[in-house]
Design a protein around this ligand. Structure first.
Ligand code: 7RM
Length: 651
């Protein structure tokens, strides 16, 4: 990871402002005045502020100290307190009107549906927790979960939490090798999978991948298999067990284990730009507070909301904003198994109409795909149930924001652009939608209690509108605790750049109104004639051209300028890749940003290399642009053929 050496020049100009409607403000959980009160209180007396917020959780034993930071950068939150995440997400909803409320509304890709009430979900979790116990899984053991997006994935996670085992969810699109690496790093005792899962009309062979992975995973003793797709799988005698057999035998009585606030809840692997994936460790009390509080605040939660986050449970957004945050708040969530374009490109809009979704949370990469597929898809559905939209995963280009606002939000729904990381556990920078007018492309301001700042290489706050490095100056409850098995790497990656300050590795600027504009990873920054430019800003300039659907910008070595600018561009349907268009796009960037950012080369492509969660992997494009072979971890790449295709185009 590159360290902060020289400030980043910000060139993006965006002046549109969208205040929430008077109706939205009147009904909102937190208005501007309340937000100011919370922010001021958190600054003045953070311990008292967090202590008060933590009362929203059910503690079986009260804590004696809010924060212990004496062993920095290792934080302990709510020291001495005990609670159980599964109990907070389930049991406490069973004593009131939420008992028969829908917890999970599931839609499978083939169109099968299932609804689990809180009571039903609780029963399934208890039964599965007992099954795990019978297999010898106990407190602190690691359990790998490699499943499709079905309710059983959440059931497995909550069952682990119930007995104090740590889950390590591995995204269902990963290869056998990636599963084996993660099994071995975590020393998992059990793996939970399914025969397969549905994706674009086909069955992803999860069990077959697990079979291959288990040849190289000596610590894994048992494999539990859910029958999702009715496909034939090999069941190894003595090792493999059917989910339904275990559930048929299991008692539904399983008291939640009281756990220390700092008891590990899960490990989640996140790709480093080089080297092996990092097992980000989160613990119980702080994480659950962070995910539930931010879910309530940022999504302005109402009891009757139908909330849909389109992420996969295999990444942090699925952990915090499908499972722990929403269920802790007693929400009704929609869970969809499959692809957004199966059977047609309007599947998401069909689901929103069908279940009357009111809050919709997705990623810029998905929004750019919707734009590419054409406006007639959303226009063919009644989306009037929506009242709030969210975005996460990457900076959202202002033009994609405007499309989301108009076509999906009907110009009526605020958009919450939420900045956070696997490492932060919960949303850190986002509008409280009833309190802050939004600006397309800005995540607005840090949430109350979060001291995010933009600083220069010496750690001093940068003046308004100059670029710098996004850092967090105070510990917060849902922060990661370490990298599993590699505490040194935790310290050097996040805490060695500035003393006592968390380094996010993102570049950002703050505007005159105090809004933060995240400009992407510091590693992706371009160095052109001594100016450090954000790739995201050049990409946004390209994306606001009417023919461009998506763009990824990288530097390539240039003797004169340091780096030249290479743009990989995908076009909206119906546009031809011509030399004339290349020239037009170059002129368009110069017009929008200035001659400094004139692209040296435009390359048209059908697709861009992305991570499984949809982030553009610019490091591979840098290699393509420079004509180098790629090194480093490629296991997180969504589609290997994309790289080969891009290289062919070069020849
Ligand atoms: C939640 C998640 C974290 C990185 C982060 C940023 C980028 C995420 C935004 C964003 C601009 C956003 N966790 N990022 N959200 N950049 N605006 N709203 O994505 O660990 O997978 O990635 O993603 O670079 O550091 S993550």
């Amino acid at each position: 990871m590159s360290s902060p050496e020289k400030n980043i020049t910000s060139v993006l100009k965006e002046t549109r402002v969208f205040p929430p409607s008077a109706d939205f403000v009147a009904a909102s959980l937190v208005d501007a005045k309340e937000r100011d009160r919370l922010a001021e209180w958190a600054k003045r007396d953070p311990d008292a502020f967090w202590a008060e917020q933590a009362k929203s959780l059910h503690w079986t034993k009260p804590w004696t100290q809010v924060l212990d930071w004496s062993n920095a950068p290792h934080a302990k939150w709510f020291v001495g307190g005990q609670l159980n995440a599964s109990e907070n997400c389930l049991d406490r909803h069973l004593t009131g009107p939420r008992k028969n409320k829908a917890a999970i509304i599931f839609e499978g890709e083939p169109g099968d549906t299932r609804t689990l009430t809180y009571q039903q979900l609780h029963r399934e979790v208890c039964k599965f927790a007992n099954a795990l116990k019978l297999l010898g899984v106990g407190k602190g053991d690691r359990v790998t979960i490699y499943m499709p997006m079905v309710p059983e994935a959440a059931i497995a996670m909550l069952a682990c939490a119930r007995i104090g085992a740590m889950h390590s969810v591995v995204f269902g699109g990963f290869s056998a090798d990636a599963v084996a690496d993660r099994n071995n790093d975590a020393k998992s005792k059990i793996i939970i999978t399914a025969d397969g899962g549905w994706r674009r009309g086909k069955v992803v062979p999860l069990k077959a991948n697990v079979d291959a992975a288990l040849e190289k995973s000596p610590t894994v003793e048992k494999c539990i298999v859910l029958n999702r797709c009715n496909t034939a799988v090999e069941m190894k005698h003595g090792r493999d067990l059917w989910w339904h057999d275990l559930m048929a035998a299991g008692s539904q009585h399983c008291p939640a284990e009281p756990l220390d606030s700092e008891h590990p809840l899960f490990i989640l692997y996140t790709s480093g730009s080089t080297g092996k994936p990092k097992g980000v460790l989160h613990t119980t009390g702080g994480y659950l507070l962070g995910s539930s509080l931010t879910h309530k605040w940022v999504f302005d939660l109402k009891e009757d909301d139908v909330y849909w986050c389109t992420a996969d449970v295999g990444w942090i957004t699925g952990h915090s904003y499908i499972v722990y945050g929403p269920l802790c708040n007693g929400s009704t969530i929609v869970m969809y198994e499959g692809a957004p374009n199966q059977p047609k490109e309007d599947r998401f809009w069909e689901i929103i109409e069908k279940y009357q979704v009111s809050v919709f949370y997705t990623a810029p990469t998905a929004i750019r795909a919707f734009i590419k597929w054409g406006d007639h898809h959303p226009k063919g559905h009644d989306l009037s149930s929506l009242r709030l939209l969210g975005s996460v995963g990457e900076p959202i280009n202002p033009e994609a924001w405007m499309w989301y606002h108009k076509l999906i939000g009907g110009e009526r729904c605020p958009i919450v652009d939420t900045w956070w990381q696997t490492e932060t556990g919960a949303i850190m920078i986002a509008p409280l939608p009833g309190a802050i007018p939004t600006k397309p492309g800005s995540a607005t301001k840090p949430l109350p209690g979060i001291e995010a700042e933009v600083v220069d290489k010496s750690g001093n706050a940068v003046p308004a509108n100059s670029g710098g490095f996004l850092v967090v100056k105070r510990p917060w409850p849902s922060m990661m605790r370490t990298i599993y098995g590699d505490d040194e790497r935790y310290k050097t990656t996040y805490w060695s750049h500035y003393d006592g300050i968390y380094f996010t590795a993102d570049g950002a600027r703050i505007d005159d109104d105090g809004y933060i504009w995240v400009m992407g990873r510091v590693d992706d920054v371009l160095n052109v004639s001594g100016h450090r430019l954000s790739t995201m800003e050049v990409e946004s300039a390209l994306v606001n051209h009417p023919k461009v659907a998506e763009a990824a910008v990288v530097g390539k070595p240039d003797d004169l300028k340091g780096e030249g600018i290479v743009c990989f561009v995908t076009l909206k349907q119906g546009n031809e890749p011509t030399d004339a268009l290349k020239a037009e796009l170059k002129a368009h960037v110069v017009h929008n940003i200035g001659a400094l950012a004139r692209p040296d080369d435009i390359k048209f492509t059908e697709t861009l290399p992305k991570t499984r969660s949809g982030k553009i992997m610019r490091r591979f494009l840098r290699d393509v642009a420079a004509g180098r072979q790629s090194t480093g971890d490629a296991t997180t790449l969504e589609d290997y053929t994309v790289l080969a295709k891009l290289r062919e185009d070069e020849e």
